[in-house]
Design a protein around this ligand. Structure first.
Ligand code: SAM
Length: 205
């Protein structure tokens, strides 16, 4: 990952969503992007030039654009028409974003368009977040990484966030994933946790 001083940046054409520029690079703000927040709050994420990424919950492409600055290709899934319009514009200005208008809970619909990926990133804020992630692990190569952004209030607003967090981790482990790191994203995002998992070699997830 590229830092200028203490500031996380990515190198690519700017002015995607009004982001600040620093030394010619795009500032990746942890208050605007949960993946950037994970970079600061966790033990460190690594995005590499050869990586293929499946990104669920692309919204208007804010975080997608930074991920695309670092990696080879980003398959960006979004089901809402309005953010999709913005995402299409972001994809038009980059060569390595494949926008897919689809429901992430039905991966069979986009399976013919997506290859095996090194990183599955999910930020869909749905009640069945763990199930959606597990279903999409079919695209994750053995040894690949899942990053699940868990919005606890979307799963069950009546349960304490810590309980939702525990149950989600349990579901991922039961699906055969190895949890590498789990971290709350405060102070950047309230009631959000990131769960980072690996798909074991030879695992059946
Ligand atoms: N990841 C984005 C970013 O950092 O710039 C923000 C994502 S926003 C919290 C969640 C997005 O997921 C919304 O745009 C929503 O429309 C989308 N979404 C929710 N459920 C979905 C589903 N089942 N399939 C595809 N997209 C979904």
């Amino acid at each position: 990952m590229i830092r200028i001083g203490d500031v996380l940046v990515s190198e690519g054409e700017g002015n995607v969503y009004g982001e600040r520029m620093l030394g010619g690079a795009r500032v990746w703000d942890p208050f605007r992007s949960k993946l950037a927040a994970l970079y600061y709050a966790g033990t460190g994420i690594e995005l590499l030039p050869g990586m293929r990424v499946l990104y669920l919950g692309a919204a208007n492409g804010t975080t997608v654009s930074h991920v695309a600055d670092y990696t080879e290709v980003v398959y960006a899934v979004e089901f809402a028409p309005r953010p999709m319009q913005d995402l299409l514009e972001v994809a038009r200005r980059r060569k390595n974003i494949v926008p897919l208008m689809a429901d992430a809970s039905r991966p069979e619909l986009y399976a013919p368009l997506v290859e095996a990926v090194d990183l599955l990133y999910q930020d869909v804020a749905q009640p069945d977040q763990a199930a959606i992630a597990i279903r999409n692990c079919t695209f994750l190569r053995p040894g690949g990484q899942l990053i699940l952004m868990l919005k606890t209030r979307s799963v069950d607003v009546r349960k304490p966030p810590a309980e939702v967090f525990r149950e989600t981790v349990d579901a991922l482990v039961a699906a055969g994933l190895a949890v590498q790191e789990s971290v709350w994203l405060t102070p950047y995002h309230q009631d959000h946790a990131a769960i980072v998992c690996t798909k074991p070699d030879g695992g059946d997830s």
